[in-house]
Design a protein around this ligand. Structure first.
Ligand code: XMP
Length: 527
């Protein structure tokens, strides 16, 4: 949980499980104001510790008209701070303060126009259009089955649609607002503007959640916590562990020891890049562990993707522990945990109302195994915030905006048993594909691209001889959240170039295929 002395302004979002709630958190953070997402039934004590400048009640899949549907604790409306209820959040606020909500005859879903009928600071001078009565119009996105049928005392109607009388309501004196539509989705054109009004003009927050300030606060916090202790960190070269490493380096310098485990399943030249950038350029203390033999030995004969993942996780912990035990006097283990990891694990452990957006694959067993205190400097940040901080800290753009690479590495891109020989072929093919994507200016247009090794031999012809060699598949997807994805329609001449290069330059590959499966039903990785 945030420390109020660090982040002067903050908004608390209480989650009723809407699929849009995570967008709401992103919007507020984008506005430069720190915010956290908690379950709707939070205790009063936790709220007073957090001391938010405003509270937003999210939408949700339930109906307030049903028995035992969720309600916020009553004290939320007695804290003397602004409250904005969105959809379900508005309904519960209305009912808890004495109004009524009924099931609508017709579910309203999609675009609609809201007509402003009375002035309110929430929407003052915000409009998409003006209608023939001279009233301001907002184009908004609705998704609701219930609607408010009477509003509590001291509330007024600010805006209506043709079918929804209470589209925006307000009790200006108490700073309570309700909106039937979803300002957090991009379809609501002025949505961010409305949230900005709430956060800046109603809750009086200031945009202090910006990279340079966040860095200063984290560094201060780390120094206070760590003092003169030693910290170890598993540096993988991925975004989160890299940004964690640099932050800690600026905070505590040589007290940080990074352990880089080369498992033999990395991309081409990865280990060398990590050594050069973090060791030579930034001057970090790096312990390089060449452990590929351990990993390959442990993977011998194993075909099953999930067991392969488990083996890699287990061997990593064994190798890391062994190396860590050689460093004397270490008190802390640093990890690159980010905010979505925290939200997801909170939801999976407390059975929160929202659907899990993305299950994370690398739930580390490390902290439990190693008897060290845990420090997670990025645990309040989203991935894009981590990237911005990384840039501010001087990490290269290309590294921070690379496609994601899975923890088990090439092992899940080699179907079935993993062998060193396959890894070498795959690594080479992958580097050709990625290099060509960059050259064709396509790398940043796809969300993730990689190659897969198919341990199947097929016949080919090279010169006058017959070949009987392995197959490489190319995969390139476009996605927003990696939960669903479309295969990318890469130009034929580009595919042709990549295929020619792979077959001609790599001895052992006789055929290249392109994967045209979307997710679902296929997954992005082949295993
Ligand atoms: P799937 O294959 O589940 O992939 O559609 C979705 C995203 O998750 C990545 N992925 C993993 N990442 N460990 C990771 O760190 C894993 O075991 C793992 N499996 C899949 C995948 O690369 C894609 O970005």
């Amino acid at each position: 949980m945030k420390n109020k002395k660090n982040y002067k302004y903050s908004i608390l979002i209480l989650d009723f499980g809407s699929q849009y709630t995570h967008l709401l958190v992103r919007c507020i953070r984008k506005l430069g104001v720190y915010c956290e997402l908690w379950s709707y039934d939070v205790s009063q004590e936790k709220i007073s510790q957090f001391h938010p400048n405003g509270i937003i009640l999210s939408g949700g899949p339930e109906s307030t008209t049903e028995l035992n549907s969720s309600r916020v604790p009553k004290y939320i409306f007695e804290l003397n701070i602004p409250v904005l209820g969105i959809c379900y959040g508005m309904h519960t606020m209305v009912m808890q303060l004495g109004g009524t909500v009924k099931k609508a005859n017709k579910r309203e879903f999609g675009y609609t126009q809201v007509e402003l009928k009375a002035p309110s600071i929430l929407v003052h001078n915000i409009k998409d259009d003006i209608n023939k009565n001279g009233n301001h119009i907002l184009n908004v996105w609705m998704s609701h089955g219930d609607k408010v049928t009477s509003i509590p005392v001291n509330f007024i109607t600010i805006a209506s649609t043709e079918t929804c009388l209470f589209a925006i309501i307000a009790n200006e004196k108490k700073h309570f607002y309700g909106v039937q539509f979803h300002p957090e989705v991009t379809h609501t054109v002025q949505g961010l503007h409305i949230l900005k009004r709430f956060v800046y003009d109603i809750c009086n927050c200031k945009p202090l959640w910006i990279p340079s300030k966040i860095i200063t606060e984290i560094i201060k916090d780390v120094r206070e916590k760590i003092g003169n202790d030693k910290v170890i960190l598993g540096l993988s070269g991925g975004i989160d562990s890299s940004v964690t490493a640099i932050l800690l380096h600026y905070a505590i310098g040589k007290q940080l020891i990074c352990i880089f485990v080369d498992n033999g399943l990395l991309r081409s030249h990865e280990a060398q890049h990590v050594k050069e950038m973090f060791g030579d350029y930034f001057g970090l203390n790096i312990l390089y562990v060449s452990a590929e033999d351990y990993f390959f030995k442990a993977l011998i004969g194993e075909q099953d993707p999930e067991i392969k993942r488990k083996i890699i996780g287990r061997v990593f912990i064994e190798v890391f522990e062994k190396e860590a035990s050689k460093i004397i006097n270490v008190k802390w283990l640093a990890q690159g945990t980010i905010y979505p990891d925290i939200i997801e694990s909170a939801k999976s452990t407390t059975g929160g109302k929202a659907h899990i957006i993305k299950s994370h694959h690398n739930v580390g067993g490390l902290p439990k195994k190693i008897n060290l205190k845990l420090i997670e400097p990025l645990k309040e940040l989203f991935k894009d915030e981590v990237r911005k901080i990384g840039l501010e800290l001087g990490l290269p753009y290309d590294m921070l905006y690379r496609h994601p690479f899975p923890g088990p590495g090439l092992a899940i891109r080699i179907l079935g048993e993993v062998k060193k020989e396959y890894c070498n072929l795959l690594r080479h093919a992958d580097s050709i594909f990625i290099e060509e994507l960059h050259k064709a200016n396509l790398y940043n247009k796809v969300s993730q691209a990689f190659t897969i090794f198919l341990p199947v031999r097929s016949v080919g012809v090279m010169g006058d001889s017959r070949t009987y060699d392995w197959i490489i598949a190319l995969r390139a997807v476009e996605t927003v959240d990696f939960m669903t994805a479309n295969w990318v329609n890469l130009p034929y001449d580009f595919l042709c170039r990549v295929s020619n290069r792979i077959i001609n330059e790599i001895n052992g590959i006789s055929r290249v295929v392109y994967d045209i499966s979307s997710k679902p039903p296929a997954t992005i990785e082949w295993e």
